[in-house]
Design a protein around this ligand. Structure first.
Ligand SMILES: Cc1cc2nc3c(=O)[nH]c(=O)nc-3n(C[C@H](O)[C@H](O)[C@H](O)COP(=O)(O)O)c2cc1C
Ligand SMILES: [Fe+2]
Ligand SMILES: [Fe+2]
Length: 398
């Protein structure tokens, strides 16, 4: 007997857990796995909302069949075409050849290029409605969260927001599926922020636009395509995404450094201690060559203060730090306090390029960059203390 879970009387969750994939999008580590959520509405008309990744579940069609109990599938609503949700579209269409594919013009361009389908399209535009009988659905275009065709489907009847990837999270649903059945802060919050920052973080302004469109809409349930379903406290997930897409952070500091022989690392530990002596409690230190980019980005999304260090490496930063700065630039991350430090032996290159990064990203540099020649001496440590003091002062508003 498969897990068949009702969200409301006529709405079913028919998602799947993925504990096998190492890297989401073949890029981001998912040690706690991920769920792909698909929803089925069984009303006078029947509608499936998004599908699963191809091959993620052999049971998927069986679940749909069992719930439909001999009935036809009338609509397949496609909120998002990324293959983690569109992968099973062909399978569904093969099984239900008369199903109408519901999407916007941009959706269909992608559908055609993926599957070659040119028929049974049911094109909708912003604010269009679809009457299923009891349930009345309304479509809200939310482009670029995080693909061009992304949209949300709002159920006017039960006040359910089928939000696509927005409001989603990494982490499988281990028994508990709804927010009131899980320990969110303990098991999901960090993974949710990592999902947000890694996958959607580049599109914060588009997330904010989506919020503007949803203003005044009563949302009782948030049904995203990954992670828990929100029914007790839907406001919580909305406010977290609102905060993160506004670049609102905590008063802490993450120090991230790249170091071959330990000189830059020593400076990192020294700066961390000085921050602590100044009363900063939230301090994390990471070696960029060891900790995956995914987690580094997540820490930067969490803390206001960012202190980056790199030794010089062939007239440049250490590649692990360079990769991080390039990614942050590409994502256009905003609103941080910054400190820079590092070590070199002849003409430098690490801190110089970190400084160029600062000029591009325009974060608020709290003190002059510290570039140490050779092994750090007392003067070098004194210079680093200046960064720590300036950073604490700004964070604690001293
Ligand atoms: C492969 C390699 C490349 C380096 N390239 C440079 C360079 O371009 N410019 C420079 O001033 N120092 C260069 N150095 C020297 C280091 O930046 C210097 O020894 C620094 O103190 C190392 O800091 P770390 O212990 O934090 O790795 C290089 C060292 C290595 C091993
Ligand atoms: Fe996606
Ligand atoms: Fe997704």
């Amino acid at each position: 007997m498969h897990n068949i879970i009702k969200v409301t009387e006529k709405v079913y969750w028919i998602g799947e857990n993925d504990r096998r994939t190492e890297l989401f999008e073949n890029m981001w580590p998912i040690p706690n796995g991920v769920s792909y959520n698909s929803y089925l509405i069984v009303d006078e008309k029947t509608a499936l909302l998004d599908t699963l990744e191809y091959g993620s579940s052999e049971d998927y069609l069986e679940k749909i069949e069992r719930i439909l109990n001999g009935r036809e599938l009338d609509y397949l609503i496609i909120n998002h075409m990324e293959p983690d949700h569109s992968g099973s579209i062909r399978m569904v269409v093969n099984k239900y050849p008369n199903v109408k594919l519901v999407g916007n013009l941009k959706t269909f361009k992608i559908v055609e290029s993926y599957f070659g389908f040119k028929e049974n399209w049911f094109e909708i535009a912003d604010n269009d409605e679809l009457d299923l009988g009891y349930h009345k659905l309304k479509f809200v275009m939310t482009p670029w969260v995080h693909w061009p065709e992304t949209m949300m489907t709002y159920d006017l009847t039960d006040k359910i927001l089928f939000s696509g990837d927005a409001f989603g999270s990494f982490g499988t649903l281990d028994g508990g599926v709804f927010d009131d059945e899980i320990e969110f802060e303990e098991y999901y919050e960090a993974d949710m922020r990592r999902y947000f920052s890694n996958i959607v973080g580049k599109y914060c302004n588009m997330v904010q636009k989506a919020f503007k469109k949803l203003e005044g809409v009563e949302v009782k349930y948030v049904c995203a395509t990954h992670g828990p379903i929100w029914r007790k406290n839907a406001k919580k997930v909305l406010s977290l995404y609102n905060k993160w897409s506004n670049y609102e952070t905590e008063d802490g500091v993450v120090i991230i450094y790249g170091s071959m022989y330990g000189n830059t690392a020593k400076l990192a530990d020294f700066i961390a201690r000085k921050l602590s002596e100044q009363g900063i409690k939230k301090i994390r230190v990471h070696d960029a060559s060891k900790t995956h980019l995914s987690y580094l980005i997540n820490e930067i999304w969490k803390y206001k203060g960012v202190i980056l260090g790199s030794s010089a490496y062939n007239s440049a930063m250490l590649p692990s730090v360079e990769n991080l700065t390039r990614t942050l630039e590409h994502m256009g991350v905003k609103n941080h306090l910054l400190g820079l430090f590092g070590s070199y032996s002849w003409n430098g290159g690490g801190v110089k390029n970190l400084h160029k990064f600062q000029e591009k990203i325009q974060w608020d540099l709290v003190a002059d960059p510290v570039d140490i020649k050779g092994i750090p001496d007392d003067t070098a440590f004194e210079q680093c203390k200046v960064i720590a003091d300036a950073m604490s002062k700004k964070l604690l508003n001293k």
